[in-house]
Ligand binder design. Sequence first.
Ligand code: NAD
Ligand code: TYD
Length: 335
Amino acid sequence: MTTVLVTGGCGFIGSNFVRHLLATDPAVHVVNFDALTYAGNLANLTDVEGNPRYTFVKGDVTDRDAVRAAMKGVTDVIHFAAESHVDRSIQDSGPFLKTNVIGTQVLLDAAREFGVKKYVQVSTDEVYGSLGDTGLFTEETPLHPNSPYSASKAAADLLVQAYQHTFGLHAVVTRCSNNYGPFQFPEKLIPLFVTNLLNDQQVPVYGDGMQVRDWIHVLDHCRGVEAAWRSGKSGEVYNFGGKCEKANLHLTHLLLDLLGKPKSLIKYVADRPGHDRRYAIDCTKAERELGWQPLVPFETGLRETIEWYQANAAWIAAIKNKDYLAYYEKQYGGR
Ligand code: NAD
Ligand code: TYD
């Protein structure tokens, strides 16, 4: 049997990935290794609890002993665990360097030691920096990370490639654009704005709101990570994107329309320091070499995502009762 160690499986993308893999491959056992930080939520996977092919291990990727203990019997590693929010990395980069860089090093060492067959590093298009009005990121675009978050992810990517080159570890790196979908922690743009608007609260648009992101449904990303794991060539990088560029302000207007809320709920706030202007992905390599393509049309995916947040008020309330409110008061209080 294939036993996959999925790190960060209680987060947004990791939990969608674990559910997807268990549902589509009866020959796979998933070991979900997650520290349950503010972003990790056992409630994201209650539906797979009790599945005999699923094991949860609470542990920190920077803890060498815990990682080595979890690695016994593991054939493959798919590494999602990370500190993932740019705004938090601007407030304090320490946890980003520790988890994203040192955590990756610890995992790579253990993967080598335990003879793991395949290692997948789940990375981000943000390592390429910012685009102007035209052009797309390809896998050949030089790394130019601009935030502490993206710098920590770029460092981890380089470490993975160095281990692949030096030790012959079978490793691939995936770089995806902005994800949306169910179970996303309401600090990122779409779930923050949807959950605020559902409560008739204002939504903070940074700067002029004309920054562009390329949106992809989380299940399209999960299918991409799976394809890179199964068919990716060792040492290669694969970009994934939704071919769906939207300026933040246009997306905000779309959310207001879909939810039937007035424009007066838009609150323009100070821009994010060092804010990347535009991300857009060329994913022809993944289409050509992995037979992958994004399938979920944005408006359909967005409507379903809104419906999911509407139907899961208890999930939102439980999160917003935690450290969330204190954090957001600190974050936006002065803006
Ligand atoms: P998330 O913040 O929702 O979840 C992160 C998960 O990792 C949580 O369950 C958390 O508990 C766990 N974690 C954090 N630190 C840990 C540690 N030290 N040890 C063990 N577990 C730890 O993140 P996400 O949005 O699901 O992103 C997952 C991965 O995908 C990240 O590597 C991120 O860089 C990458 N990515 C995200 C996006 C996006 O749009 N969200 C896009 C491209 C790539
Ligand atoms: P985010 O969801 O934090 O993802 P990333 O910074 O990794 O792309 O932000 C998406 C875009 O939305 C980004 O341009 C910043 C902007 N944004 C706001 O305008 N207001 C907000 O409250 C948030 C969280 C983001």
